[in-house]
Design a protein around this ligand. Structure first.
Ligand code: BYC
Length: 483
């Protein structure tokens, strides 16, 4: 490919009603269908997106191209005028399917008939999580701990909105009438709605305060990373190219979560040291989040996110892999036969009142394997968090609970497992749950700390400032303007 052609594929055309790098104007029917969906998306954004933001100017990044420097474009944007669009990484004509029965064949540019419903289902499930998270975070702007954080929340929100666009483009372009109907349904379901909830469990939970938001972006957005990475391996090339670009957006969301929790830890530890307090009640009396409550939020968000990987042993996952629809994390870099015909994988389950390890066909254990990859990365980040109390010589360490703790999906569903991995009775569970999971009074306490800090450079008492500002700007920059 010539250099000029390559640049064209990378660049995003903002002169169009729908910014894109997929030559949308060459396909009038598709363009018209998406232009009809656009006002419905905007209506959904007004109804369920971040509350009372229509007049704000937010210092946001907007992608101008899909190459590495494509994010260099920062500036003030009025939120509803954000240019949501369709951005795919460039087409590689030589790309081959790297796993499953079709290994070595050319990647599919159209949907193979036999995998149509599977692919549609996966794309809809992925797409459904994006607006769900925006709905979950709708009210957080009202209680922001700083302008810096408010801007980050809105950046996450607009990009989740764009991820919805990414999936709706695939549905409209490749799935005809069914796809258009699914595109509508994605705007109809609502997080937490009893009659028409979002598809996956975690996306119907509340994100009612900023501790929950940082936990969500740390734990749940990272599930997004791992699922997108597995879909980026897909034999269906447009899905792969879409997910590759989405992954670049996801990285910032996880940074928001990891650094947000780290700043809370830092602030609490500082207060504990400076005021010589360690008891949770005394710590709370200083207006900061006690470490025990933080641990309970970790227990909740980690366990709810593990459910998003599906059952550990899953025939769905096996057929997604065998058919070349969804790969493993970093599939192309793995050095086995990419077929898993006779490989085994160890999973845990409950048998005769005990947690036992079992070796099962690796093909059926792909959800467990992806989850294990995820946990390794999460553990590394938790280790980074733990350097903070260590630095303050505070004996507390954040600990991930056992993978069976508080699970609703998979091998542990229906069992009670303590955070340290003991099978316990319902009675013990009920007696201990308030020590292990955030109680109503924990939520009330954290909610009570949430004020609204909007003076540039100021931070709520319960969180430390970030190490640096956005895009090389100072921390006290006016990241959101209210005029
Ligand atoms: N809740 O064999 P099973 C993100 C259903 S996050 C409710 O266990 P499978 C983001 C399942 O659908 C990433 N239902 O699992 C983050 C199936 O139903 P059917 C989102 C569940 O199919 C933050 C049945 O149980 N992306 O991007 O191997 C902010 C048995 O299924 C749940 C994806 O998930 C649950 N937790 O895998 C914004 C990728 N778990 O078919 C965004 C696309 C399972 O029998 N999705 N079920 O009616 C997938 O790859 C798969 O659907 C799953 C489940 C991994 C979710």
């Amino acid at each position: 490919m010539s250099e000029a052609m390559e640049l064209k594929q990378h660049a995003i055309d903002y002169s169009q009603q729908i910014p894109n790098n997929v030559n949308l104007s060459n396909d009038r029917v598709l363009q018209r269908a998406l232009e009809q969906w656009q006002p419905r998306f905007l209506n959904w954004w007004h109804l369920t997106g971040p509350a009372d933001t229509a007049t704000l100017q937010v210092y946001l990044r907007t992608a101008i191209s899909v190459d590495r420097d494509g994010w260099a474009n920062f500036g003030y944007v009025r939120m509803p005028e954000y240019r949501w669009g369709i951005f795919l990484t460039p087409h590689d004509e030589d790309r081959k399917i790297s796993f499953g029965e079709h290994r070595g064949e050319n990647a599919w540019q159209e949907v193979p008939g036999e995998y149509r419903s599977t692919l549609r289902r996966i794309i809809v499930t992925q797409g459904d999580t994006e607006p769900a998270s925006v709905e979950q975070q709708k009210l957080l702007g009202k209680t922001c701990p700083s302008l810096y954080d408010l801007r980050n929340l809105f950046q996450v929100n607009v990009e989740e909105g764009r991820h919805l666009w990414a999936m709706v483009y695939l549905l409209h372009r490749y799935f005809g009438r069914d796809g258009r109907e699914e595109g509508e349904a994605l705007l109809q379901r609502r997080s937490g709605d009893e009659n028409n909830p979002r598809i996956l469990t975690a996306f119907n939970e509340k994100t009612s305060n900023w501790l929950a938001f940082f936990m969500f972006t740390f734990f749940t957005d990272r599930d997004g990373k791992f699922q997108l990475a597995a879909l980026a391996e897909s034999g269906f090339d447009p899905l792969s190219r879409t997910c590759r670009f989405m992954l670049t957006e996801e990285a910032h969301h996880m940074f928001v979560g990891e650094s947000g929790v780290a700043r809370i830890l830092q602030r609490t530890c500082e207060v504990m040291r400076d005021r010589g307090v360690s008891d949770a009640g005394q710590v709370r009396a200083q207006g900061v989040i006690d470490l025990e409550t933080l641990q309970r939020y970790v227990n909740f968000h980690y366990s709810v996110t593990l459910d998003l990987f599906g059952a550990e042993v899953s025939s769905n996952a096996a057929s997604f892999f065998a058919s070349g629809v969804k790969g493993r994390y970093k599939e192309t870099n793995l050095s086995d036969d990419h077929l898993l015909g006779s490989d085994r994988y160890a999973v845990q389950e409950v048998e005769d009142g005990r947690i036992v390890e079992k070796s099962v066909p690796a093909l059926t254990a792909l959800n467990a394997r992806l989850r294990d990859d995820y946990t390794r990365e999460i553990q590394a980040a938790v280790d980074r968090w733990n350097r903070i109390p260590e630095k303050f010589r505070i004996p507390f360490r954040v600990k991930l609970p056992h993978s069976g703790f508080h699970r609703k999906i998979g091998a542990f569903a229906g069992h009670h497992i303590s955070p340290d991995g003991q099978l316990v009775s319902s009675r013990t569970w009920e007696a201990e749950a308030a020590r292990w999971l955030p109680s109503d009074s924990d939520h009330e306490f954290v909610d009570s700390l949430m004020g609204r800090v909007v003076d540039p450079g100021m931070f709520a008492n319960w969180i430390g400032p970030p190490a640096r500002g956005i895009n090389g700007l100072p921390v006290e920059f006016e990241y959101v303007r209210f005029d």
